[in-house]
Design a protein around this ligand. Structure first.
Ligand SMILES: C[S@@+](CC[C@H](N)C(=O)[O-])C[C@H]1O[C@@H](n2cnc3c(N)ncnc32)[C@H](O)[C@@H]1O
Ligand code: SF4
Ligand code: SF4
Length: 376
């Protein structure tokens, strides 16, 4: 059934591609803006919406519309999605629609009963999950605006890990690091901790172009030797799934010399990323609604004056460099088998990909790369 659905959606993707219309291939549903933390980098908990949580009936309608439009992957995010009182029903509805990927992005920070309920939901429905982890000790508390962040999240990661290991079909678990000037020195320890746990890591750099992010000078990274060393370490780690071209490009990007890679302009059908707010408003990378998915059809959204305005803004934008917006378009930017493999594993966590991908280059050159060595 899942493959039938995937193929049906793929046919829709091709049709959208011919019409140069977004397929909303990977969509993030922000179930709420409420949050258990107050991170320096993020403005989500301060955003006012008409309704605090997206009602389950709206989630159903959103999922149906996305499915018809060709969406292949859903991420439930927020705010803090664990706070949604009917998270279980939301995840079930997504699973019933047989998307290729259903993912939960969470801080894993909250009262024990809420975290345990979430772990149960994740494992019962078999969805992948990533948890934000930006540092240890006092620094983590300062970055995330609440006390005992690292201790609480590490404890909850161990709980999830233990429950996951007891299952015959474990779900893919990962960590999302938002790298900034303040936590850069802790990256080696973060990588070591995640490697020891056997989880995967995605590294993004702190950004502030979106209305959902906050601009904080202290967090802005600089293209210096410390960052170069951190990137070298990330490139060597078998746990880091951020594609090499992105990691290597951070310095060039911060120096202002990276090519502009805008998925909305380069690959409108397959690359564009959309965020659906708790009240149904549809936003893009830099924020600003293009309409409401509960009231407007995708046809209306992508012919609206607001969409044309966003397209003008995309053209003026100086560029960005992160995995969030390039999750799928990255496959087309860099065609090295190693990067394609990492991108696929990041996009569809827990799936096995044909060894031919990972072994291709070693057969060509005789020298296996890091990822190839791990696989072949
Ligand atoms: C907005 S949060 C929502 C999910 C959940 N509350 C959490 O923190 O994981 C999604 C991800 O965006 C990251 N993030 C938030 N603000 C950011 C920023 N300004 N730059 C880069 N990543 C950011 C968070 O660290 C988190 O991994
Ligand atoms: S990054 Fe996540 S945990 Fe932090 S304030 Fe934003 S939504 Fe909340
Ligand atoms: S380059 Fe494109 S995806 Fe990146 S922030 Fe600018 S408009 Fe958004």
């Amino acid at each position: 059934m899942r493959y039938e659905k995937t193929l049906q959606r793929f046919a829709r993707n091709l049709l959208n591609s011919r019409r140069k219309r977004p397929s909303m291939l990977m969509a993030s549903i922000l179930l709420t803006y409420r949050c258990t933390q107050r991170c320096q980098q993020c403005s989500a908990p301060h955003i006012q919406t008409q309704r605090p949580f997206m009602p389950v009936n709206d989630v159903r309608q959103v999922l149906d519309t996305l499915s018809r439009q060709g969406t292949q992957g859903i991420t439930f995010s927020g705010g803090e999605p664990m706070l949604h009182p009917e998270l279980d029903a939301c995840v079930r509805l997504a699973k019933e629609r047989h998307f290729l990927r259903v993912h939960l992005l969470t801080s894993l920070f909250g009262p024990d009963d809420m975290v345990e309920r979430t772990i149960d939901i994740v494992l019962r429905h078999g969805i992948s999950v990533s948890c934000s982890f930006d540092g240890f000790g006092k620094l983590a508390d300062e970055l995330r605006g609440v006390p005992d962040v690292a201790e609480t999240v590490m404890r909850n990661m161990h709980k999830l890990d233990k429950a996951n290991r007891q299952r015959r079909r474990p779900v893919q678990v990962g960590v999302n690091v938002a790298l900034n000037r303040r936590n850069l020195s802790q990256l080696p320890d973060i990588i070591a901790f995640v490697e020891e746990l056997g989880w995967k890591i995605n590294i993004d750099i702190y950004r502030w172009a979106s209305e959902r992010h906050s601009e904080v000078d202290q967090l802005k990274l600089e293209p210096n030797d410390e960052l170069r060393a951190a990137i070298e370490l990330a490139l060597r780690s078998p746990s880091v799934l951020t594609p090499d071209w992105l990691l290597k490009g951070f310095i060039t990007y911060l120096e202002g010399n990276a090519p502009k890679r805008c998925p909305y302009l380069d690959l409108p059908s397959f690359g564009s990323k959309f965020f659906i707010n708790p009240d149904g408003e549809v936003e893009v990378c830099i924020g600003g609604s293009i309409g409401n998915i509960l009231r407007n059809t995708p046809e209306e959204l992508f012919t609206s004056a607001a969409w044309w305005q966003r397209l003008r803004e995309f053209k003026k934008c100086p560029g960005c460099w992160n995995t969030c917006y390039t999750l799928t378009s990255g496959l087309f930017y860099e065609k090295r088998p190693e990067d394609i493999l990492k991108m696929l594993r990041l996009t569809f966590p827990g799936r096995e990909f044909p060894r031919v991908f990972s072994c291709y280059r070693s057969k060509q050159t005789g020298t296996p790369s890091r990822v190839e060595s791990a696989w072949c």
